[in-house]
Design a protein around this ligand. Sequence first.
Ligand SMILES: Cc1ncc(COP(=O)(O)O)c(C=O)c1O
Length: 363
Amino acid sequence: MRISELETPALIIDLDIMERNLRRVADYAHSHDLRLRPHTKTHKIPALARKQMDLGAAGVTVAKVSEAEVMLEAAPADLLIAYPIIGRRKLERLVEVAHKTRLTVGLDSGFAARQLSDAAREGQVEISVLAEADVGLGRVGVSPGEELIALGRHIARLPWLRLEGIMFYPGHIRSAEEEEEKIEELSALVQQMTADWKRAGLPLNIVSGGSTPLLFHSHRVAGLTEIRPGTYIFNDKNTWFGGGCSLEDCAAFLLTTVVSTSRPKQMIIDGGSKTFSSDRLVGSSEVSFGYVVDAPDAVFSKMNEEHGYIDLRNVREEFSVGGRVRIIPNHICVAMNLHEQVYGIRGEEVIETWRVAGRGKLQ
Ligand SMILES: Cc1ncc(COP(=O)(O)O)c(C=O)c1O
């Protein structure tokens, strides 16, 4: 099938670009002796998780138990749930996953650790744990220092849990280029955390961090052993504008159709917040919802659920009803979660149709 035969709106992945992104990061991780455990919340497709592992990833990361259940289809040798899992029913399902593959869970409270230990005992399966530290985002994770050591000691005492080390998510650094100082602060903080941890006699097989904006600077974070980037497989306008990639590295776009040009200097496309998500550009006052590949000076200025408003005031290109427009979304991970299936292309040919098996898997 050719791209022109696809119904719109359609989420399309340029396979050549995606494969180049995957290879570049696999090579980077390998050359710096960093374990790569990519976060699959970006693509939510087991076949792509398999591709990541075939290229050298040691395993995969997920946020939810239901995503872990979906990713079992990719037969990961090693699965990390980088999210505190709370609640009996969820933990029963988590234990089922632990019977099928080597499972690690990141958590930040004695409560979560005790519940996990109880569930692991009931299921008679040992589960690995990473103690999560907050290195600046202010989301989950205990403070580095005494709190982190206390959490580590607590986990180490609990039966059926195997403490493997520390994890953190440096989501407060959105642009490595503009935030040089923050990378140095992060490195010093991680160095301090790991020194304290070792001094306390706690096991340290894994120090897990990493994000897409910081990706190619990961080797500068002292003591880091593992990275968990997610967005890098496709990249998006946020990654590009933050300096984490170039436009040529953006592998995913939305193919849309112009459905109306009734107002001068404006066109309406057949996708809005239910196609793109409402995510704004991070760290910018600009109100726009994606990059219009076919008219770089156009502004994707407004959305309703099924309508996208494209401001054409500064645009020379002409558009008419029925024309097709490609748009790179601001945030690909949430856009992906909105689509039942996505298409992989090479040139003008549609080569793959993947069901987004992990879409809507929130529990
Ligand atoms: C805990 C955790 N690890 C890794 C990632 C991947 O980061 P990125 O999307 O920047 O690749 C995320 C993203 O939200 C995350 O929350």
